[in-house]
Design a protein around this ligand. Structure first.
Ligand code: 3PG
Length: 213
């Protein structure tokens, strides 16, 4: 299983999705793959989410399918069994950290304060989700964190869009960003696959060199 750092190093922009219908999974994955994105975070916020993770992992073995909004240890076991390659949580609890560590599951625990970042690093999680990125302080906050907590890398999500993604990606402590701006629940519900492919292509083109500038 890939290390979470390797996964994010190869996937600079991760679409964070809310899927209401399992049948939208395959066309969405196809639209993203055609646009040049190989990773997806399917959040556990709907009835369909577990089945969607299974469907994505089964039908698109080359895609890096992640499970988002993991809130407890049972969910960790379930998504691993379904084939998820990484997990993401908006925060963290001792039980959750214990479950992912025991199962050696690549994981991004969430934090939004200095003390949370430090506690997670102490528990050996040095790649973390910064959430909710915009309301919690945005790129300016993360820039200030880089010097005192130089060994921690972040995956910011929450309020990322085409206008501010470059501000985050230009920071040395940001490894990748996630967001729903080009794969909103409405867009998925409307089945706008061609538009999602076009937007994905534009995003990939626009940000492909963001970490090398
Ligand atoms: C997440 O869980 O990472 C967020 O819901 C994604 O945030 P966004 O919808 O503001 O991009």
């Amino acid at each position: 299983m890939d290390d979470i750092r390797d996964i994010l190093n190869s996937n600079l922009i991760v679409p964070v999705v809310i899927l209401d219908r399992v049948e939208d999974t395959a066309p969405l994955c196809e639209a993203l793959l055609q646009g040049g994105i190989q990773a997806i975070e399917i959040t556990l916020r709907t009835e369909a989410a577990m089945a969607a993770i299974g469907e994505a992992a089964r039908r698109f073995p080359d895609m890096t399918v992640g499970a988002g909004t993991l809130l407890n240890a049972d969910q960790v076991k379930q998504v691993m069994d379904l084939g998820a390659k990484f997990g993401v949580s908006p925060g963290s609890t001792p039980a959750l950290l214990d479950a992912v560590s025991t199962n050696e599951f690549p994981f991004l625990p969430g934090g939004s304060t200095m003390s949370e970042f430090m506690a997670l690093a102490e528990a050996s999680f040095v790649v973390q989700k910064f959430f909710p990125a915009g309301p919690a302080g945005g790129p300016a906050f993360l820039r200030s964190v880089a010097s005192p907590l130089a060994d921690i890398s972040f995956y910011p999500t929450g309020g990322i869009n085409a206008d501010n993604a470059a501000d985050y990606l230009s920071l040395p402590n940001v490894i990748a960003v996630g967001g729903s701006w080009f794969v909103s629940a409405d867009r998925i519900r409307d089945g706008g696959w061609a538009q999602i492919t076009n937007d994905t292509r534009d995003i990939v083109k626009r940000f492909s060199n963001a970490k090398n500038c």
